[in-house]
Design a protein around this ligand. Sequence first.
Ligand SMILES: Cc1cc2nc3c(=O)[nH]c(=O)nc-3n(C[C@H](O)[C@H](O)[C@H](O)COP(=O)(O)OP(=O)(O)OC[C@H]3O[C@@H](n4cnc5c(N)ncnc54)[C@H](O)[C@@H]3O)c2cc1C
Length: 391
Amino acid sequence: MSINFTAEQEMIRKSVSDFAKKDVAPIAYEIDRDEIFPAENFKKLGELDMLGITVPEEYGGAGYGYTEMCIVIEELAKVCISTSAVFASHADLCVDNLCRNGNEEQKKKYLPGLCSAKLIGGLAMTEPEAGSDVMSMGLYAEKKGNEYILNGTKIFITNGPIGDIFIVYAKTDTPNGSQRVTAFIVEKEFEGFEAGKKYEKMGWRGSPTGELIFNNCRVPEKNILGKEGMGGHILMSGLNTERIVMAAQAVGLAKGAFEYVLNYAKERKQFGKALTEFQMIQGKLADMSMEIELGHLISYHGAALADNYSKGPALTDKALRKKMNLVASYAKLFTSEMVMRVTTEAVQMMGGYGYMKEFPLERMMRDAKLSSIGGGTSEIQRLIIARELIN
Ligand SMILES: Cc1cc2nc3c(=O)[nH]c(=O)nc-3n(C[C@H](O)[C@H](O)[C@H](O)COP(=O)(O)OP(=O)(O)OC[C@H]3O[C@@H](n4cnc5c(N)ncnc54)[C@H](O)[C@@H]3O)c2cc1C
């Protein structure tokens, strides 16, 4: 298997890369230091037609797939993971999810605004008592007439403090007295909705993360995403694409760190020689580059599978579903641990300078840590892989 990008995909890469170098990289330090949400750059991503990258053109999107989404994320993450995280939560977790599972009325109502940067999206599943064990969530949606009344709290929500539209998972009653998960589209203007506290974080500092509070929040029945009780399926299929997107993001971050440290090692002289002339440094560079290449291959293999999987009939193909679950977890697990090794080694290779905030590797190493936590931890990826292999 080889991964060949089309001329069109290379054009997308170039256009995002140019934008990232010109508009994102120069403010990446400030975004991290001051926890600034990069609002202007978010709008520019809308002008570049990237915010609805997987959305058909009739709803204001660009009509591409997950491979193109991964390309955008990789290029942004090379220079600023906060910008790529804001983008990923919006374009993948909210917009793509809404596009895949929404009905015609919902798509017409929400997608044009989300694709053009008028609206910012996010997705809320995690709760104080339901993290890895997400299906044990407690946010409850009680049906009253043609509305649902939501009560509970979501935590750690990317774009929570700035978002306009959220995909929210909650428990609803079934006729037999049990409960199932239902997905809702919630507008920040809905009565009873409130964006709670904003967290201060180790990394991803420019991507605002916050609580969402639902206090008798009134959501119209027509805002159910998919069907009542189908939220579990929507959530799980969304997690697979999230994992592939997060893998591409980790690859981008690792590539950015590697490029920086390679140039540094060529310039820095000790014992009368450039660092690159020392065999121990050469060995580190070789290992880093090999790991990044492997991460690249598994991420785009996952993206290609997701592009296939999202095309109708494949959804019912059990073997493909199994493969998708496996590859999404392989990609997430491998790249999240790879990016930590690469950024840590890159800091090491810069010596004391690597530890200083005036150079980007210190930030990149902090940013790398979240890869093995968000979207399902490394431990959970290992459990999923083992489950798929054993069953
Ligand atoms: C910056 C940031 C952004 C985020 N953005 C979003 C978002 O936009 N939307 C959203 O819904 N969520 C979001 N999350 C939440 C994220 O998905 C969760 O943090 C993650 O799933 C882990 O859940 P937890 O933090 O509750 O950890 P826990 O589930 O409490 O896990 C704690 C530790 O126990 C381990 N563990 C748990 N169960 C097992 C097991 N069965 N076997 C072995 N080990 C286990 C875990 O791997 C972990 O190491 C975000 C989190 C962060 C930090």
